[in-house]
Design a protein. Sequence first.
Lengths: 225, 113
Amino acid sequence: MKRPRELPKPSMFRRVFFALWGMATLILFVTVSLLVVEMSQRGQDPLAIVSETEPPPKPQLRTTDEAADYANIVLYFAAANGHNLTAERRSVRITTSTAENCKRALQELMTGPREELTAIVPPDTDVLAAFLLDDGELVINFTRDLRVKALSSASAEAMMIYGIVNTVCQPDLVGDDGKRVIAVRFLVEGEGQTDQFPAHFDLSEPIAPDPQWNASVAPVRAENV
Amino acid sequence: MTATSSSACTQAQGVEIFYSAPQPGLDAAAIAQSLANAIFESTGTACHGVRQAKLSLFRDLDMPGVLIEMGYLTNPADVALLADEAHQQRLADGIAAGLAPFVANAAAPEPAS
């Protein structure tokens, strides 16, 4: 009668390997169990982590409320009579950065009014960059169209300058960084005021907002008329 | 100083006056208001704004500064008026009348103390 073949005895290396593998598996099992128990106690669904159907979360800019990513801001355009600035409300997507919000407001301003108003920025003008300094000075670097195509009168310059300044200085553009624009320094392709531009206004210093251009100023009449 | 104006809005018309920041002595705002009233009396043209403005021509001025924009070259009606010699004379008369009280005050001798 033939004797059954004896299985070869495992080597010392294999015994150690299986022992370590068994211990690692045991530790992993205990760790996962503890994790599941902990998540269950916190009311979280352990399976949600591995769910592939759930869309990736959207980046949250200001708050968890989706609608709060848009601000209802004011853009200042020239009134139909050309003598003062008139506000047009527009919804603009805002970010955590005040400087970026100002840039977006300027882009909207440069697209022109939707109502019966007049654009204040010369056509084709664009913003090359906008930097907000710590003291609240917003430095805006425009393309040369601002200088070349701007109308050369004090009234037109006032509409352009204060339309821009009063727009970017509004508190609704303050981002989560908490910075607020106090005044605006105008640059055209990196250059400040020149002899040619602007023809009337003094832009050698930053310009602070001035509400006198917003209000509708009644025509001045003779006192005895 | 006097000038003509332009605007992207062709409806813009009339006179606009800008004045320098307050300084000791003569009040630029009062001069600008006097000019607006006198120009209206002389020409019938309403002034659509008397405003303080930071203009380059006021920068190094050690006296009150006023800039009058007497009409819009982008408005055909204003162009016709500005080309009319009679209207030009009325504008000049209005400016002279608006400045007269301040010139008289400046020329008057100071009372002896």
